[in-house]
Design a binder for this molecule. Structure first.
Ligand SMILES: *[C@@H]1O[C@H](CO)[C@@H](O)[C@H](O)[C@H]1NC(C)=O
Ligand SMILES: *[C@@H]1O[C@H](CO)[C@@H](O)[C@H](O)[C@H]1NC(C)=O
Ligand SMILES: *[C@@H]1O[C@H](CO)[C@@H](O)[C@H](O)[C@H]1NC(C)=O
Ligand SMILES: *[C@@H]1O[C@H](CO)[C@@H](O)[C@H](O)[C@H]1NC(C)=O
Length: 486
């Protein structure tokens, strides 16, 4: 009897404790409220990345042996950073990143206003040079441009296949590579492609579906010319052709790609670009891929991961709806519902994450943007919640677009509030600490790697995706995240 009474009292007390506990946390987030940042290891990394040897020759061959699987490399494994200090490497990256975001928002603005770039920059076919256009006489490309594209894969083009590095880009559709003869080609790691040396090279006529799907095209002598400009001063112009593309041990015939004879700007190192967007000309679309996935290795790592087509969604994937903008089929929008910091679900209006009737707002996931951009109010919520929970850490001055930085030079590790993305049906993706508190120099300055954008378009960047396999299940309109998936 007495035993039972004690038991009941105990149970009632436990019940009230639980209630109070729930009352405190204010949100039902199951994610851990804090997470550990290994400061010492990250600082060490900033030193070794500058000392990495250039170009591992081994990586120049096809190393992925499975069909439809490509090795994926970070920029530093392709090209040794020319910077002496990690800080200047960071600043160069952030400058590139701002150009990237400008080019994505410009692309959307053009689509929403219904202005096709060709209305602005008509191809001038009257002169004999062949591939001169008005565009090329337009904005001068800054000499300080460091090149766009943060992740690369090696694919084979033509028959026999020429192995080349291609920038991976979920923010555009048309794939292209530099081709001889060059009116203007930038430097690339591999020899420039020679159409005459490939038996599978075949120009597309102007009447083809592929040519008609181009946003900017021109007909010359019955064959199709393409032009793609990236809004940051870089562009490519040339013949639109079909070619055989080799992915690991698989080959796909008749893939429409650009053979660029006039290429300006920002693709230093890579031979061209693999368009992974959602439009009809994109590489996954032409492959009729039901899905594809990538795992972005650490930006400072020269280890490799994979880009896979036709891969199934991993079992452990945390899934969110994949949404499309009726005004622009290129971008992959993420069905997101909120963000929590340290277990507190922030009061960010859900409308920020939803595409509105005019095609504005919403949040896309992008392989080429580094730092996640949020609409200003949402960014301020995240930042303020983070600052409130890190008052114990010594702060430091802002760096470039980062306004929330810390001097962790005297620490080996710190406990920081967890930043978690929330998706419908109670799904949650807690981010590893190194995916949002990143070193900006080798002296122990770390910054919160989120930023605000004046545009209504928010973007999940690749810093936040690192180490996570991101699966685009196109058939079922899902995006999956598998932590520790590289
Ligand atoms: C069009 O084709 C003719 C004959 O094949 C060739 O002589 C001419 O140079 C071509 N024009 C252009 C602009 O390529
Ligand atoms: C993709 O589907 C289209 C239309 O059904 C077909 O013409 C094309 O050959 C397919 N491509 C591949 C690589 O399977
Ligand atoms: C960071 O803190 C250390 C002491 O912990 C100090 O010596 C150093 O000057 C600080 N760095 C900056 C940039 O303030
Ligand atoms: C980092 O420390 C080095 C010396 O170790 C110093 O020369 C440099 O100015 C410091 N950089 C910053 C951004 O504080």
């Amino acid at each position: 009897m007495r035993f039972q009474l004690v038991y009941i009292v105990f149970a009632v007390v436990a019940f009230f404790c639980t209630l109070i506990g729930f009352g405190h946390s204010r949100s039902l987030s199951q994610s851990p409220q804090t997470t550990i940042l290994d400061v010492a290891a990250l600082i060490q990394n900033t030193k070794t990345v500058l000392a990495t040897t250039t170009f591992d020759q081994q990586k120049r061959s096809f190393s992925a042996k499975s069909p439809f699987t490509l090795q994926l490399h970070s920029r530093v494994s392709l090209q040794k950073p020319s910077h002496r200090e990690y800080k200047s490497l960071t600043l160069a990256r952030l400058e590139r990143d701002s150009a990237r975001v400008r080019s994505l928002t410009t692309r959307l603005d053009l689509a929403l206003t219904g202005i096709v770039p060709s209305d602005l920059e008509p191809l001038d076919t009257s002169d004999g040079r062949g591939f001169e256009t008005e565009l090329m006489k337009g904005p001068v490309v800054s000499g300080t441009s460091q090149g766009s594209g943060e992740y690369f894969s090696r694919v084979g083009i033509g028959e026999p296949p020429s192995p080349v590095y291609m920038v991976l880009d979920t923010g555009s559709d048309v794939s292209w590579q530099q081709c001889a003869p060059c009116a203007d080609c930038y430097q690339q790691a591999d020899p420039i492609f020679e159409p005459a040396a490939s038996s599978s090279y075949s120009p597309l006529s102007c009447e083809t579906r592929q040519c008609k799907s181009l946003e900017v095209s021109e007909c010359r002598n019955g064959t199709c010319l393409y032009e793609v400009s990236y809004g940051d001063g870089s562009y490519t112009v040339g013949d639109f052709v079909t070619e055989t593309i080799t992915l690991g041990s698989a080959s796909v015939n008749n893939v429409a790609i650009g053979c660029g004879h006039n290429n300006e700007g920002l693709f230093i190192g890579a031979a061209g670009l693999l368009g992974l967007g959602g439009g009809s000309l994109s590489f996954p679309s032409q492959l009729n891929a039901s899905s594809f996935s990538y795992c972005l290795v650490d930006r400072d790592s020269d280890s490799a991961s994979t880009l896979e087509f036709h891969s199934t969604l991993p079992r452990n994937a945390i899934t969110a709806p994949l949404r499309r903008n009726p005004q622009l089929d290129t971008f992959y929008y993420l069905g997101m519902t909120g963000i929590s910091v340290g277990g507190e679900l922030l009061s960010i209006p859900e409308s920020i994450f939803q595409i509105d009737d005019s095609g504005n707002s919403g949040i896309i996931i992008d392989s080429g943007t580094a730092v996640t951009r949020l609409q200003t109010d949402a960014y301020i919520s995240v930042r303020d919640a983070f600052v409130k929970r890190t008052r114990n850490l010594p702060s430091a001055e802002g760096v470039a677009l980062f306004d929330t930085c810390y001097n962790l030079s005297s620490r080996t590790s710190v406990v920081v509030p967890t930043v978690t993305f929330h998706f419908p049906d109670g799904k949650e993706l807690p981010l590893p600490a190194k995916n949002y508190l990143i070193p900006v120099d080798s002296n122990g300055t770390f910054c919160l790697a989120f930023a605000s954008t004046p545009s209504s378009l928010s973007i999940i960047g690749n810093v936040q995706q690192q180490g996570t396999r991101v699966s685009f299940d196109l058939a079922n309109s899902l995006i999956g995240f598998s932590p520790n998936g590289c």
